[in-house]
Design a protein around this ligand. Structure first.
Ligand SMILES: NC(=O)c1ccc[n+]([C@@H]2O[C@H](COP(=O)([O-])OP(=O)(O)OC[C@H]3O[C@@H](n4cnc5c(N)ncnc54)[C@H](O)[C@@H]3O)[C@@H](O)[C@H]2O)c1
Length: 352
């Protein structure tokens, strides 16, 4: 097989990054697109010259020429659409988070095992070019044993509203939407250790701060200032069986002085700061060194990450390259996220 026929389901904001990347991949052919909002699907079809347009994803899956699909819908539909796609014989790239509940996640994993088809989870940050650089240092043992990581994504005012603010469609707020990216990235770089316990807190104190004037922030297409059922912020401590730990805090609304992003990992031979820019810290001849790699994108290059993710997906489908983010990793993250919500609701540590 030299070319892969692609269908995309959910032609909203993030679909543009998928479609751009497929168009730039010489072995991918954009064949079909679907959105329950027909106008949105037709607009994207026009922009990317996609011949088949659907409003029901089942009809797209019934098109036997489609070999692989990108799923870019609301989180509450990832499981059903992925399972139907796998059963229809398609290879699947499913946006993060894998789904909402642990039950759904396990059903998705079973569908992968049953059908023998591929499901790659859309952990785009694993595919960032600065992460490929850092992996070389980690794989060469230059950070030693990574025993602590810290991840923080703080938005002082940044609840996008719409379906993101509707727990029934999103599964939660900043924890499941943006926390998933950085928890996964740390866990991946730490060598995917087995989780031992999780202790979390969630807060809904400020709401979406729709009273704030003169401060612009991203809003979903169906933004409604009066509707919000998700948390403002979450924090958690995750302990691993190997003794390592990960601390995380994320927010959509917080009385913080500024927005901030920080992802740091620490080993017994060296550490690394990943956000906002890659920097490696180590020690040589009794002297501390901060090493700033001279690379084109020291920070997270958004579209570059998507290009790498989609190039990897196409190579996995056509050449059998093992996926960097298989369904099992999606399942583990859904267990962690749900345990954080459970810990917060019950006010106790959850043991795995
Ligand atoms: N990897 C990243 O960095 C990243 C960034 C943004 C969003 N995402 C993920 O991508 C997904 C989509 O987010 P978005 O920002 O594009 O949202 P969006 O609201 O802009 O687009 C979602 C689209 O899906 C359509 N849709 C929903 N359910 C459908 C169904 N059952 N059948 C057909 N169409 C359906 C909606 O009509 C909408 O057009 C979410 O899971 C989100 O978490 C990932």
């Amino acid at each position: 097989m030299s070319e892969l026929n692609i269908g995309l389901i959910g032609s909203g904001s993030i679909s543009d990054s998928h479609l751009q990347a497929y168009r730039a991949n010489p072995r991918a052919k954009l064949l079909a697109i679907c959105d329950m909002n027909e106008e949105r699907a037709r607009n994207m079809a026009g922009k990317y010259d996609i011949p088949h347009v659907y409003t029901d994803y089942r009809e797209l899956l019934a098109n036997s020429d489609v070999q692989a699909v990108s799923i870019c819908t609301w989180n509450n539909s990832h499981a059903a659409i992925s399972i139907d796609a796998l059963e229809a014989g398609k290879q699947v790239l499913c946006e993060k988070p894998l789904c909402i509940t642990v039950d759904e996640a396990l059903q998705m994993q079973q569908a992968v095992e049953r059908t023998g088809n591929l499901l790659q989870v859309g952990y785009v940050r694993r595919h960032a070019s600065n992460i490929a650089v850092l992996r070389k240092f980690i794989d060469a043992g230059e950070l030693g044993e990574i025993y602590f990581a810290k991840a923080s994504l703080i938005r002082r005012l940044g609840n996008p509203g719409g379906w993101f603010a509707d727990k029934a469609r999103s599964g939660g707020g900043p924890l499941i939407d943006i926390g998933v990216h950085v928890i996964d990235l740390c866990w991946y770089l730490m060598g995917r250790p087995k989780v031992k316990s999780v202790s979390g807190n969630i807060y809904a104190k400020l709401g979406n701060r729709s009273n704030i004037e003169n401060y612009a922030f991203y809003q979903a297409a169906d933004y409604d200032a009066s509707f919000n059922t998700v948390e403002d912020m979450a924090n958690a401590l995750i302990r691993f069986e190997n003794g390592a730990s990960l601390m995380v805090d994320v927010s959509f609304s917080l009385h913080a002085k500024q927005n901030s992003a920080l992802v740091n990992i620490y080993g017994d031979k060296g550490g690394a700061e990943i956000e906002p820019a890659l920097s490696i810290v180590t020690e040589r001849h009794n002297t501390i060194l901060n090493i700033d790699p001279q690379i084109t994108s020291p920070g997270f290059d958004f579209q570059g990450g998507f290009q790498n993710e989609i190039d990897h997906f196409v190579a996995s489908c056509l050449d059998g390259v093992p996926p960097i983010s298989p369904v099992e990793d999606g399942v583990e993250m859904i267990k962690i996220l749900n345990a954080i919500y459970e810990s917060a609701a019950e006010g106790r540590e959850i043991h795995f």
